[in-house]
Design a protein around this ligand. Structure first.
Ligand SMILES: Nc1ncnc2c1ncn2[C@@H]1O[C@H](COP(=O)(O)OP(=O)(O)OP(=O)(O)O)[C@@H](O)[C@H]1O
Ligand SMILES: [Mg+2]
Length: 488
């Protein structure tokens, strides 16, 4: 509740003279000393010990002065405070000076409020500052910092503005540094954007001025400890049990499947669910930019790309990993997202016996996915004729599953199509399932269902060959006898 309550606007902050870690003035270039010395690695550092703060506690404006006073004390008096990682020890260290600062600021607070203030100060020193309470909450899926005075969250599929605020741009920058420095990355004017991961696996993007005009911006996709399962997706109305049955059979029988959708539409989540259908006796190779997939099978080799180090060297992209994975005897290749030249290698892998490969592509619909794939293949720089590219796509891809983030915040599979082949210059595809919207209820909730189109999918022959007999009703067909005769 407190998180979203309105409170009177706070006066503009006095710029802090030193940063919270006390290493240097906040105006020095934002290159972390840790970043310069630690080896470049994408492995997350151990989680910082984070004090417990109640989410959404909004301190009074005077708290700013108190916080500064404590921070300056740490900088000036306690040179070794950087080495203090134990919350209890840190608390013991700052409590006396905190009490004095409270008295100086003429602030009389309750015991509970006092604990909250200390927690906030400690979150600045040991955790991720004002957004730490948001990161601690399981019901928040995304945290978006748009400069110091605007922090949005995503909750139940909806964007909500919080009243969480940073002191100023430098405060946001310090938190970004805290995130990226343990990974051997840096952020400054010469390298103003960075992708990183929190120790808990949450995905982070940070971008700072001059590129971000409104101040340093951070976007955090929180890592879901318990990833959504197929039953969850059915329960949320993202798909029907019949469609899930089809997907399971499609993956089991080794069809090559592309999941498409917009940003945050649930592609990776769906990829995780599809991957969970891969039989346990197969060797799975997963390739991702930031390892998000959580496969439960026993035989999984996980590969993660690596960004360039501080000197701009040592980058290993998805493409190189896809090429390398072919030498690792994969039964299945699962690529987190195709967004460049690796698409060509992926299609070639699919066409040369690596059936049952899965990946995701950013697009606006199943048909758009095909043109998107064409563009991505061109990024490989091979100058292939368009017809050859289309032929590769048509023979490699069996099924496209498209998911959307709807206006009511829900994620739904809206289209599933099979790729039939080429006719002249065009790739031919047909819809097997389509979302049929029947209306919107009084709460703005979208009503409808993912329904079979009633067409006999060609891919069912492959499913049958693998020994799985789906009931014809899955595809909206009635005559069972005919169905099996035709399928054989
Ligand atoms: N079917 C669903 N129902 C409800 N929430 C979902 C569903 N699928 C995914 N989500 C949630 O939506 C958010 C985005 O999901 P996900 O990371 O899978 O999307 P994405 O399309 O891969 O995003 P990006 O384009 O940024 O990679 C996550 O918080 C996830 O838990
Ligand atoms: Mg994703």
């Amino acid at each position: 509740m407190g998180l979203f309550r309105n409170r009177p606007p706070t006066p503009p902050p006095a710029p802090p003279k030193q940063n919270g870690q006390g290493q240097r003035p906040a105006t020095t270039p934002h290159v972390s000393s840790t970043a310069a010395t630690s080896p470049p690695t994408s492995k997350p550092a151990p989680a910082p010990a984070v004090p417990h703060a109640v989410p959404g506690y909004a301190p009074p404006p005077e708290f700013r002065v108190v916080r500064e006073q404590v921070q300056q004390f740490l900088v000036k008096e306690v040179k070794a405070s950087n080495d203090v990682h134990d919350p209890e020890e840190m608390k013991r260290l700052i409590e006396p000076i905190f009490s004095r600062a409270l008295a100086d600021a003429n602030l009389v607070v309750s015991r509970i409020e006092r604990e909250q203030m200390i927690a906030l100060i400690m979150a600045d020193i040991l955790g991720y500052g004002p957004i730490q309470p948001l990161l601690d909450r399981d019901d928040i899926s995304e945290v978006m910092v748009n400069g110091p005075s605007q922090v949005y969250i995503e909750q139940k599929g909806h964007l909500v503005l919080t009243d969480v605020k940073f002191i100023d741009n430098d405060h946001v920058l310090r938190i970004i540094e805290r995130i990226v420095a343990p990974l051997g990355r840096r952020i400054d004017e010469s390298s103003p954007m960075v992708d990183a991961r929190l120790p808990d696996g949450s995905r982070v993007n940070a971008i700072i001025p001059p590129l971000a005009l409104g101040g340093p911006s951070i976007t955090i996709r929180k890592f879901k400890k318990d990833s959504l399962k197929v039953d969850d997706l059915i329960r949320f109305g993202s798909m029907t049990p019949e469609f899930a049955q089809f997907l399971k059979a499609a993956v089991h029988s080794g069809l090559n499947i592309i999941i498409s959708g917009g940003t945050g539409s649930g592609k990776t989540t769906l990829l995780n669910v599809l991957s969970s259908f891969i039989p346990e006796d197969e060797r799975i190779l997963t390739i991702e930019d930031a390892a998000e997939l959580q496969l439960q099978q026993p035989h999984v080799v996980r590969l993660e790309s690596r960004p360039a180090n501080i000197e701009g060297k040592g980058r290993i992209g998805i493409r190189e990993l896809v090429v390398n994975s072919l030498r690792m005897r994969p039964d299945r290749i699962v690529v987190g997202e195709c967004r460049g030249g690796e698409t060509l290698d992926m299609l070639q892998a699919m066409n040369t016996g690596h059936d049952g490969s899965l990946t995701t592509v950013h697009s606006n619909g199943a048909r758009d996915t095909l043109s998107r794939l064409e563009t991505l293949v061109l990024m490989a720089g091979m100058e292939l004729p368009l017809r050859a590219i289309r032929q590769q796509i048509a023979s490699a891809i069996d099924v496209i599953v498209h998911q959307d983030r709807m206006r009511d915040g829900t994620r739904k599979v809206t289209q599933c199509s099979e790729v039939l082949g080429m006719e002249g210059e065009t790739i031919v595809m047909q819809d097997i399932f389509r979302f049929d919207q029947t209306g919107i209820d009084e709460d703005g909730k979208i009503l409808g269902e993912l329904r079979p189109t009633g067409l006999r999918p060609r891919v069912n022959e492959r499913i049958e060959q693998s020994g799985i007999h789906l009931p014809p009703s899955v595809f909206g067909l009635k005559d069972a006898d005919n169905w099996y005769d035709n399928a054989r």
